[in-house]
Design a protein around this ligand. Sequence first.
Ligand SMILES: [Zn+2]
Length: 53
Amino acid sequence: MIKQTLVHIYECQQCVITFAVEQAFEDQSVISCPSCCEEEWLEDVGEGVLTIG
Ligand SMILES: [Zn+2]
C-alpha cells in the first residue's frame, strides 16, 4: 500500500544535509536538525510529497 505524505523540506547549512518533516507535524517552529540538533542553520527549501510504500 502506497502512502503519500505532504512534507516540508529543510536544509541544514552546517551539516549540508536535507531532511523532510511531515506538514502534519504541527509546530514547525521547533524543528531541529537531526544531525546537529540545532535550528539556527536550518533553511526551509520548500514543500514536497514523500511517497512511502
Ligand atoms: Zn545540522
